[in-house]
Design a protein around this ligand. Sequence first.
Ligand SMILES: [Zn+2]
Length: 409
Amino acid sequence: MNCRFCDAELKHILVDLGMSPLANSYLDVESLYKAESFYPLRVFVCHECLLVQLSENVEDPDKIFSDYLYFSSYSQTWLKHAEEFVDNVMKKFSFSKNSQIIEIASNDGYLLQYFKNKEIPILGIEPATNIAKIAEEKGINTINKFFGIDTADELIKKGYQADLLIAINVLPHVPNIQDFVEGIKRILKSRGVCMIQFSTYMLPFLQDTEFDSIYHEHFSYFSLLSIQNILNAFELVVFDVEELPIHGGSLRIYVKHKENQIIEVKQKVNELIDKENKAGLSLVENYESFSKQVNKSKLEILKFFISAKENGKKIIGYGAPAKGNTLLNFCGIGKDMLEYTVDISPHKQGLFLPGTHIPIKKPETIRETKPDYLVILSWNFKDEIMQQMDFIREWGGKFVVFHPKIEVL
Ligand SMILES: [Zn+2]
């Protein structure tokens, strides 16, 4: 097995989460009693380029991104985050009616709408056909494509090149990194700026043992060190960085062409590289303790469930995210421990979690069954969920989160 970026042989395993079903393959009633496919879920770190990555591709890229509706349309936290980004970037760089904003994996236009409100020309590139259609219906100029060299060339022919190119939570899901980054290089104007954001960032991922961010559709896990190695190979340069609290700690980077001398590289970039070096991220040997931390975390999670069940408590989940499926499958938690979970997305209600077969219900069901504990599987939206579900306090219900540490709130 070789690195998906630099082709070096992968020798260092970060963690082996055993066999797991595809995290987004929710089941309907008919599928419950049929055979289910499980695949190895192993993560390696490359000793050459430091890219943390899954060992094999098991998912057909056409199916990826099918699960992104929740993030864009239904989360107020995420919409607010998008609006703040647009306001900030407009202050930082002077985009105008003559600028072109392009977003890769633009979803239903939840972010581009804020540029559109400011009358700046936008273009979304969205691979999911149903979601691209929703965006078009909302008046967001969108093409229904995967991004890479071919799409970049096609758009350039049509006269599109980006003053601002945006790629949020997409690069980790891209099987062919070379093709994607070359596409970025081509479509970005010589003085253009590219913003790339990762909701799973290696520093908090390792420090807080965020093993549930690992699932089959999530191919790569980035540090600033590894993404810089990749971009530099294409003569692209990181000139600014922001560490964001959202999703348990995200990384946002700003990228320019190497030959663009007008934009200076900020001191913050070197400071974050120093921080990663100090945390040991530049040496693969330092990644070895993660696996032990993951096993420790599993024992603590199981301890919570066993002790609560022994005391006759009723435990329900909140959210049916990919991360929840990794956690439940790895820890071996089924319906006997977690009776059901709820999700705000109507697309998931009535279905069952892969592997564990835990039913997904409407959030209102919680009022009827009055659980003692509500385990927030979508812990990245903890604050928003706790606000919405505050009524569980009426019968003495408590919230539980497992990351960054087990907390009963
Ligand atoms: Zn590599």
